[in-house]
Design a protein around this ligand. Structure first.
Ligand SMILES: [Zn+2]
Length: 280
């Protein structure tokens, strides 16, 4: 849900590593690739503003460069000597939560021998079956959680929000359905949260639909119920009461109670919780 932000210096380092790796894996001469073509294929942004693939890339389709097999080795290294691979890229990008759904943590673990394991996968933003020549393009490799990758996104060719350049949470709002709130209090029925596509953008709608976000968020009923409960309990009187008891600072107490849930912006479900909290 958040945009992936990388400082220029880190991005330069990533490009350097990736460039070195890709060149070591292909035979430029045999494939008749110029220096500029290699840059285009591996480390340059292949997308237009609407995230279709730039027309200058069409020529690669005719030449039929298929780097999918090479990508497999990038994803799962075959040699211990390999120093640049998917998990290292995910580690360098330093993303804490899946940028596609905002629900799953990404952790990377460095083993004693220095190799890195990532709990995330890489998504080919432009589908692999059609844009096989972009299988190793850096801008086409986006960290994604396993649920998004293996259960929902699959090989859909519709364009969705691109986390390298934009953030889904700017385009949507979680909205708690008032009727469901009334039914929850009267008959203990399930609460319903709708996802509003604020700018009516097709890309945003595709993203919500393909990743099945509305159903996936509505599954977390207890999270919504906890927010409702907290909103009921944490009144000014309640804060005054406990403040008296510990002689202390009102504001920091409120922060303390809500912190983990509402104010740590780099946690999973953050946009969901903040939007619902504002409505209660
Ligand atoms: Zn995800």
């Amino acid at each position: 849900m958040k945009q992936i932000f990388v400082e220029q210096q880190i991005l330069d380092e990533i490009k350097k590593e990736h460039w070195k790796y890709c060149l070591s894996k292909i035979n430029k001469k045999k494939l008749r690739l110029s220096y500029d073509d290699c840059k285009k294929l591996f480390i340059e942004n292949p997308f237009n503003e609407d995230f279709t693939v730039k027309s200058e890339y069409k020529k690669f389709k005719k030449k039929q460069f298929d780097f999918r097999q090479k990508y497999k080795h990038f994803r799962t290294p075959i040699s211990k000597k390999q120093t640049w691979y998917a998990a290292k890229l995910i580690e360098k990008l330093n993303i804490k939560v899946c940028p596609y759904c905002g629900q799953q943590y990404f952790s990377t673990i460095t083993k004693e021998n220095g190799s890195v394991i990532a709990e995330a996968s890489l998504d080919h933003f432009a589908a692999e079956n059609e844009y096989y020549y972009l299988a190793l393009n850096l801008y086409n490799l986006i960290p994604i959680c396993r649920s998004c990758n293996c259960t929902y996104k699959l090989a859909d060719n519709k364009i969705i929000v691109n986390p390298y350049f934009e953030q889904l949470e700017d385009y949507i709002e979680f909205s708690l359905d008032n009727r469901s709130l009334i039914k929850y209090f009267s008959d203990n029925e399930n609460l319903k949260v709708n996802i509003i596509n604020k700018n009516h953008n097709q890309r945003t709608q595709n993203h919500i639909d393909i990743l099945n976000l509305e159903n996936r968020y509505n599954y977390y009923q207890n999270m919504i119920k906890t927010l409702i409960y907290k909103k009921e309990v944490i009144t000014q009187n309640y804060l005054d009461d406990i403040t008296e008891e510990i002689n202390g600072e009102k504001i920091s107490l409120k922060d303390l109670i809500l912190k983990q849930d509402l104010f740590d912006k780099n946690e999973p479900f953050m946009k969901f919780k903040l939007d619902i909290w504002k409505q209660l």
